[in-house]
Design a binder for this molecule. Sequence first.
Ligand code: ASP
Length: 321
Amino acid sequence: MLATGGTIAGSGGSAFGSGYQPGQIAVGDMLAEIRSLGIEAELDAVEVAQIGSQDIGWAEWNRLHSEVARAQADDEICGVIITHGTDTAEETALLLDLTLDAGKPVVLVGAMRPADAVGSDGMRNFANAVRVASDPDAANRGVLVVMGDTVFAARDVRKAATSSVDAFKGYPRGPLARVTPSSLDWFGPAARAEAKARFDWPDALPRVAILIAGAGMDEQPVDALLGIGCRGIVLAGMGQGNAPQSVLDALQRAVASGVPVVRSSRVDEGLVDRNVEVDDDARGFVAARALGPAKARILLQLLIASGISDPAAIQAAFDAR
Ligand code: ASP
């Protein structure tokens, strides 16, 4: 169990209040509560961080990656559970999924309600995560996210609501399984294409920005991003990854200067294909396909960190699911 904080370790000091702080409960106290439930798992806990996942970044990811790799190599450990805030769960899950071998189950779990709120979902989600991480059928599926009695693949999962306990969705693939503390039903065989990690763990992640398109905007935000040294830009475009002409022209200039541009969509279920309303071939853009902006940014960061900046090679990586 690798603890990072989040609402699953959050406290508001009141069962009925709406305000709270994530990452308040130390891992030892979480373990004591887990043990008091009688969960039948031998848990070996490491505190990686005690923060809200809005603050997660390179330092925590670097530590998480090495702790998971260490656990995967340890024959005594049959699965890994990462407790994590929900805001950036999809980013951490995808980053680890792309950089770790598929083997042992790696399950990211969080909560929508703090630990001391009435109807808190944290311990139930945790019990479900134990169920998944200890199931041999969870192996070879890549990193999994367990929330709201549902299991998702890292490549598909996204946070789609800000407060309900079933806030997560899988897109374009739906859930992989339903889970309760006493049952687990997989809907199909393991689907991750590769057994091996797709990327080596990088020495650092480059600065890549997400630019959200809005009606009436102009090219100045693109110029500002280039001005602060962005190495790549993900457009969270309207509809099929669209943006005003002046923005597309500025993004095309970015590509010409060696800064790759990936077009994703600000729409929740946003599939973005090549050359629909935007001429990607002429402008040198990449279509994010089914990856939303947050996940597209992670993949682009890994590609640039691996020395890949050619649009065709980046497109091939986005096409490979
Ligand atoms: N802001 C919190 C976090 O991501 C929200 C949560 O965990 O649900 O850490």
